[in-house]
Design a protein around this ligand. Structure first.
Ligand code: ADP
Ligand code: MG
Length: 614
C-alpha cells in the first residue's frame, strides 16, 4: 500500500551511544522525550537475571552490576563479519560475549541466548517506536532511520533489517550528516556551502553540502572514520588511570570486569564535566580488592581539562586531517565554507570547538542542538517523502567506490566515490574461455583505495550462457545504488534480451526466515511489554487505593464499630485489603483487576461514612 501523507512518520537517529526520535507535527519538527523525560535514550540493551529485557536508561543504570549481559555500542558491530578487525577489537573491549554466527556474522550471547546484532539494534528501535507511539497515542510504523555517511552496503542493509525486525517500515535510510544539514537548512531561503562535523560516541563523519533555494540539499563530499569517537577519548583517560594505578599498587585493573566498567563510567563522566569546568574529581572507592586479606584499594584523582586535552589532542587532529582530505576531494578551500554545523555529544568539548573554529576560520553555528539535529532531519525527510506538497530535494552521494574484481584480482571501478545517488552503471561482460557457460563476478565496495576481502559485498554467477567461442557472448550487467545507499545488480543477455535476476548475497546478512523469526520474537516482547505496562498501571492504582482505605480505616472504625452491621462491613474491608495486598505480591493481573473493583467500592463506602455528619 502506498503510504499517504496522513500516516505519521518518525525520524530515528540510531546512535552508537544514544538514540533519538523526532516527528513533524503541524509543520514543526519536535523531538519526542522518553518516559523519563529525556530526549535521548542510551542505545543499550540488557537482559536481567529473571530474563527481562531492559532498554535505554534502565539498561545503562544496571550496566556495572550486570556487565556481561548489557550490550552497548552494538552499532560498531552491525553489518560486519565476525572475522573483521572491527569485531576483533570489540571482542577485546566489550564485557558481553561476541560469538560467530552461522553466516560468518556476529552474534551476541546474553544469558545463554544468542542474538543477532540486527536483533539487538531492533530492540533499541522498538523502544524508540514505543516512545513515539506513547506520545502520539497510536501505532506508528513508518520511519526514516539515519546511518553514518560512511556506512557500507551491508551495514545499511543490516540497519534496514533491524528496522523490519522492530516492526518498522523503513521508508528511507539517510546519512546522519545529511539529516543534520536538513534540520539546519529546512525552511531557510539560503544559498550556502555547509560543513557538518559529527563526532559522536563511536564514529566521526564529515560532510559538505550545498544548500540551495527551493529546498535543494546536495552533498558535495563525505568522509569519516568508523573508529573515531567519544569512546576513544574515554579510553585515553582509562589508560592513564590504569597505568597510574598499576605503578602505585602493581595491580592490573583491567582484569576485573566490574572495575573496568566503573572506570569507563568515571572516565566518561569526567570527560563530560571537563567541557564545562576545568577540573574534575574521579573518585572510585573499593575499586578492587587484593591479596589474601582482600584489602580494598581506592582510586582517587583529579583530572584537569588541560590534561584531558593533552592526551586526546591527536584524536581531534585526526578529525581535522579527514576534514582536510574531504575538502581536497571536493576541490574546495576552507574559506569557501559558509557555515559549520556541529553534531554529536563530543562536539561539546571545548578543544573540539576551538580546533574546528580555527580550521575553518569561523565560529561554528550555534543554532542547532548537537544531540537532536539528526533525528529532526530524519523526521523532516520522512514527512517530505510522504507529502508531495513538500519541496525538498536531497541529493546524497555514495561514500564508497563500487566495482568488481576481475579474474586478474584487479579492482575495476564502476561507480566512483562521492557519486550522487541513486545511480547506476552498466558494464558488458563476456566469456574468457571457449564454451564457457557461467561467469563468476565479485562485487566490492572499496574503502578509500583499500580493496581487500573485507570489502566484498557478495558474488554472483551469470549462468546458462550459450556455449560459444570466447568473447562471443555478451552480458550487460547493471550495478545500481538506490536512495538508501543499497546496492543491487541485474543482468541482461544482449543477444536474446533475456534478463537474469541476480542476487548479491551479502555474507553477513540474515535470511528471510531468520528475520521472520526475529520479528515474531519482537512481537512477543511487545505483548509481554503491554501486559507488564498494564500490570504496572493497575498495581499503582491498587496500591494507591490500599493506602487510601488504610488511611480512612481508623476513622471509619471509630464511627461504625458499635453496630453489628458496621463490624461486618469492617471485616469485609479487611478481607478486601488482604486480597489486594496478595494480588500485588503475586503479580497477578486478573486478581489485581478484581481487587481494584472491590477496593474502589470499599473506598467509596468509607468516604461516604466519614463525610456523613455524626
Ligand atoms: P552517538 O551519535 O554515537 O550515539 P552522541 O552524539 O550521543 O553519540 O555522543 C555521545 C558521545 O558524546 C559520548 O562519548 C559522550 O561521552 C560524549 N559527550 C556527551 N556530552 C558531552 C560533553 N558535555 N562533553 C564531552 N563529551 C560529551
Ligand atoms: Mg550520532
Amino acid at each position: 500500500m502506498k503510504p499517504t501523507s496522513t500516516d505519521p512518520v518518525i525520524g530515528i537517529d540510531l546512535g552508537t551511544t544514544n538514540s533519538c526520535v523526532a516527528i513533524v507535527e503541524d509543520g514543526v519538527p519536535v523531538v519526542i522525550p522518553n518516559r523519563g523525560g529525556y530526549k535521548t535514550t542510551p542505545s543499550m540493551v540488557a537482559i536481567t537475571e529473571a530474563g527481562k529485557r531492559l532498554v535505554g536508561h534502565i539498561a545503562k543504570r544496571q550496566a556495572i552490576t550486570n556487565a556481561e549481559n548489557t550490550v552497548h555500542t552494538v552499532k560498531r558491530l552491525i553489518g560486519r563479519k565476525f572475522d573483521s578487525p572491527a569485531v576483533k577489537s570489540a571482542r577485546m573491549t566489550c564485557a558481553y560475549e561476541i560469538v560467530e554466527g552461522p553466516h560468518g556474522d556476529v552474534r551476541i550471547k546474553l544469558r545463554d541466548q544468542l542474538y543477532s546484532v540486527q536483533e539487538v539494534s531492533a530492540m533499541v528501535l522498538q523502544e524508540m517506536k514505543l516512545v513515539a507511539e506513547e506520545h502520539k497515542g497510536r501505532e506508528i510504523t513508518k520511519a526514516v532511520i539515519t546511518v553514518p555517511a560512511y556506512f557500507s552496503d551491508s551495514q545499511r542493509q543490516a540497519t534496514k533489517d533491524a528496522g523490519q525486525i522492530a516492526g518498522l517500515d523503513v521508508i528511507r535510510i539517510i546519512n546522519e550528516p545529511t539529516a543534520a544539514a536538513l534540520a539546519y537548512g529546512y525552511g531557510k531561503e539560503i544559498d550556502k556551502l555547509v560543513a557538518v562535523f559529527d563526532l559522536g560516541g563511536g564514529t566521526f563523519d564529515i560532510s559538505i553540502l550545498e544548500i540551495g533555494s527551493g529546498g535543494v540539499f546536495k552533498v558535495v563530499a563525505t568522509a569519516g572514520d568508523t573508529f573515531l569517537g567519544g569512546e576513544d577519548f574515554d579510553a585515553r583517560v582509562i589508560d592513564v588511570l590504569v597505568k597510574e594505578f598499576y605503578d602505585e599498587h602493581k595491580v592490573e585493573l583491567r582484569q576485573d570486569r566490574m572495575a573496568l566498567q566503573r572506570l569507563k563510567d568515571a572516565a566518561e563522566k569526567a570527560k563530560c564535566e571537563l567541557s564545562t569546568v576545568s577540573e574534575s574529581d574521579i573518585n572510585l572507592p573499593f575499586i578492587i580488592s587484593v591479596g589474601r586479606s582482600n584489602e580494598a584499594l581506592h582510586l582517587q584523582r583529579t583530572l584537569t581539562r588541560r590534561e584531558l586535552e593533552e592526551i586526546t589532542r591527536d584524536l581531534v587532529e585526526r578529525c581535522m586531517e579527514i576534514c582536510e582530505a574531504t575538502l581536497h576531494d571536493a576541490q574546495l578551500k576552507r574559506t569557501e565554507i559558509d557555515e559549520v554545523v556541529l553534531v554529536g555529544g563530543m562536539t561539546r568539548m571545548p578543544l573540539v570547538q576551538s580546533m574546528v573554529g580555527d580550521f575553518f576560520g569561523r565560529e561554528p553555528c550555534k543554532g542547532v542542538h548537537p544531540d537532536e539535529v539528526v533525528a529532526v532531519g530524519a523526521a523532516i525527510q520522512g514527512k517530505a517523502l510522504l507529502d508531495e506538497s513538500e519541496e525538498l530535494i536531497l541529493l546524497d552521494v555514495t561514500p564508497h567506490a563500487l566495482g568488481i574484481m576481475t579474474h586478474g584480482k584487479k579492482f575495476e571501478e564502476l561507480i566512483g566515490q562521492n557519486t550522487t545517488v541513486p545511480t547506476s552503471q552498466t558494464k558488458v561482460f563476456t566469456t574468457s574461455r571457449d564454451n564457457q557457460t557461467a561467469v563468476k563476478i565479485l562485487v566490492l565496495q572499496a574503502e578509500g583505495d583499500r580493496v581487500d576481502e573485507n570489502n566484498i559485498l557478495g558474488e554472483f554467477i551469470l549462468k546458462d550462457l550459450r556455449p560459444a567461442p570466447k568473447g562471443h557472448v555478451e552480458i550487460e550487467v547493471t550495478f545500481a545504488i538506490d536512495s538508501d545507499g543499497i546496492v543491487s545488480v541485474s543482468a541482461k543477455d544482449l543477444e536474446t534480451g533475456r534478463e537474469q535476476s541476480i542476487q548479491v548475497t551479502a555474507s553477513s546478512g540474515l535470511s528471510e526466515e531468520e528475520i521472520e523469526q526475529m520479528m515474531e520474537k519482537a512481537d512477543e516482547y511487545l505483548v509481554d511489554r503491554r501486559q507488564s505496562d498494564e500490570f504496572e498501571a493497575m498495581r499503582q492504582q491498587v496500591e494507591k487505593l490500599i493506602a487510601e482505605v488504610e488511611r480512612l480505616f481508623p476513622d471509619v472504625e471509630h464511627i461504625v464499630a458499635s453496630s453489628d452491621f458496621g463490624r461486618e462491613a469492617l471485616g469485609k474491608a479487611r478481607g478486601v485489603l488482604d486480597l489486594a495486598r496478595r494480588a500485588v505480591e503475586d503479580r497477578n493481573l486478573a486478581a489485581l483487576k478484581e481487587q481494584n473493583e472491590a477496593l474502589s467500592r470499599t473506598h467509596r463506602m468509607f468516604k461516604g461514612v466519614v463525610s456523613r455528619p455524626h
